[in-house]
Design a protein around this ligand. Sequence first.
Ligand SMILES: [Ca+2]
Length: 303
Amino acid sequence: MLRGADRAAAWTPSWDTARRWPAWGAAALALALVGAVGPGRATAADFFFDSFETSAISTSLWSQTPSTVPNPDSSVVLDNSNYAGAPAGQRSAQQLYHAGTTDGGGVGWMNIGKATLPAHVLVEFDFKLSSNFHFPLGHKWWRSMPDMNSGAGPNDVTVNLQLNCYGTCWSLEIFSNSSQFGYRETVLRPPTQVSRNTWHRVGVRLKRNTFSGSTPNSDGEIEVFLDGVSAGRQTGVRLAGDPTRWLRDYWGGPGNYTSVTDNNPIPEDQWIRVDNFRITDLAGGSSPSTVTLPVAPSGLVVQ
Ligand SMILES: [Ca+2]
């Protein structure tokens, strides 16, 4: 098993975008086999983590500043994630969606007004859908912006992860504003398969583009994972159009059920449970990422 530092370093090899697993070229294999002995190796660290083991959604971990409005459809329930390797516990968070809903049902735990996210970040959470879960055409699963109170400013980026196509594709959507360099939209839409009544883990990796002075370079990266396996990745992305504006506020799980476009309302009450919401800083630190990268074969000699 790759250790944390190795996992973080393993982000750098070139991935085969046509396959679900990285192409283990000689350089990548050598990188995996030499271990954490190289100089200047990037490491990973938790930026945020909640296993929802408190009796109610923690107001110290989750902030909806300036106004905290409890969502009556958000709660903590006795159902701990049993995703492989998940921490032991008893509880998870639940978002209830009522019968008849065609839109709305926003997640009731958000972080607003706290620290800016790392420039290279992995956001993951375990989730379970009720056995009667009815997939809409589109469903916003995670959202992040620099400032959710003010909305998207003229130099802000908005990131949406949606479970679209009636539950058969992810849609990772980057809306990058720049008053100076124009608007840029990037959509990554890999196919997926999400089963009900089973704990899964979804992940989103975002690597902010660099800048030449104040000019944004199109060298950012975005990626979606399901159960630790890359579902799709895109390079050459402009996420930030302004070096002073980056993601800060975010949801803690799935929000709006958006079936208003297909007039296909929820037939009966259903829920999504979330556990082990984790944000990992892939640019620095020492804690391991929880995305399971392929393990390099042992006993091989790299020529
Ligand atoms: Ca838990």
